[in-house]
Design a protein around this ligand. Structure first.
Ligand SMILES: [Zn+2]
Length: 388
């Protein structure tokens, strides 16, 4: 399975305030090939986890592994919310937090489906049950034989299988270091945006300074990858990769859109609960990203241009940090919704470069020159382009 994303992210505020470190590894791989050829998916219009009038209904503790996926065409906006599946050891707080985050992100950017979001905890037996549930589902949908799926996902030396997400959560608790991992394990052939997450401990307040808001922003980041992927229809893996664009664009887009959108929704009261005063503001995060991204690039990839960073490079997180600034810059020099309203709707038909030029009025090459100049400006001048 090709690895598309691996990051280790530091939260500057935590480092500064607590001299402790917050690693947030996000692992993502698109177009991962399953060992079995998928058949058509079982489908129905049934919705799960529908929010009640009073808020979010927690996912049932006994989950229906074979609940039908909502019927939809790829890239279509649907009504049924994401289907979420939780390890039995996870709290109602985690369940509600993930469900609420996915609903809010879909509300902000459109409800692309079907989405499956699988969340591991820290209990091994519960994880094995969840793996069994996942594999029952894949088998029933004609996507993967149960036996082969369980063998793959329960291996303790596997990369980015469900077991690996359990191990990340266990390691975080054992080391008392907040560390997480999540990814879009999207097999385009399945017709489902499938996510996997390690224990999102912020919803349980396990670690000081890592609050639910941090996890919500991460759910938005992940869901934005579903938005990106939903606009790429081809099932050809190489073609999908080319349309996704460079790492800075994929990850910077998810980072910027997640951070900007959650902060806007918190301030206008459409996303609850609002974070505490300890939670860093959008502006504070962008400042850290500029300083941290430039430092990361200079230290780990001194001879590399930001646009060439890949997931394999030691400075990969600079693609997230400076990529978020690149998306901010593109929006500041055009219109605030060009990415969603012009770029993605034109992507499949025009290809990445032409869609970029259509949306942002500049070729990628010219943009890289402009953005390079922008990176040399004073921090105050850079911060001045951010939306209010
Ligand atoms: Zn990402």
């Amino acid at each position: 399975m090709p690895l598309i994303e691996t990051i280790a992210q530091s939260n500057g505020k935590n480092r500064a305030m607590k001299n402790t470190h917050f690693c947030y590894a996000s692992i993502l791989f698109f177009g991962c090939q399953s060992p079995a050829e998928p058949n058509d998916l079982a489908s129905s219009d049934e919705a799960v986890n529908t929010p009640s009038d009073t808020g979010i209904t927690p996912s049932p503790k006994i989950q229906d592994c074979l609940s039908p996926a909502p019927k939809s065409m790829w890239g279509e906006i649907i009504e049924a919310p994401a289907q979420t599946f939780f390890s039995a050891d996870l709290s109602d707080g985690v369940r509600q937090g993930i469900d609420a985050g996915l609903l809010a992100a879909a509300q902000a950017w459109g409800n692309y489906g079907p989405v499956e979001y699988w969340v591991l905890g820290t209990d091994t037996d519960a994880a094995l049950e969840l793996i069994d549930c996942y594999c029952e589902r894949r088998d029933a949908f004609g996507q993967w034989s149960h036996e082969s799926c369980v063998s793959h996902h329960s291996a303790t030396d596997g990369e980015h299988n469900l077991m690996s997400y359990l191990l990340v959560g266990q390691q975080a608790v054992e080391d008392n270091i907040p560390m997480g991992s999540m990814g879009l394990n999207g097999n385009r052939d399945w017709g489902i945006h499938t996510f996997t997450s390690s224990y999102p401990f912020g919803f349980d307040g396990i670690f000081e300074y890592i609050e639910a808001a941090e996890e919500t922003k991460t759910v938005f980041h992940e869901y934005f990858h579903a938005v990106q992927s939903a606009h790429i229809y081809t099932k050809d893996y190489q073609h999908r990769e080319a349309l996704m664009g460079p790492t800075w664009f994929v990850e910077g887009g998810a980072e910027y859109m997640a951070d900007y959108t959650t902060s806007r929704m918190w301030s206008d009261g459409t996303l609850l609960p609002t974070p505490s005063s300890n939670h860093p503001s959008f502006e504070q995060r962008m400042e850290w990203r500029m300083i941290g991204g430039k430092e990361n690039l200079a230290t780990h990839c001194p001879d590399m241009a930001f646009e060439d960073i890949t997931y394999q490079d030691p400075c990969r997180y600079a693609a997230y940090e400076l990529g978020a600034w690149a998306i901010a810059y593109l929006h500041a020099t055009t219109k605030p919704n060009q990415l969603l309203e012009v770029f993605y709707p034109n992507l499949e038909a025009l290809g990445w470069e032409a869609a970029f030029e259509t949306a942002f009025g500049v070729s990628p090459e010219s943009f890289y020159e402009d953005f390079d100049d922008f990176l040399s400006l004073s921090l105050a001048d850079q911060m001045a382009i951010l939306p209010n």
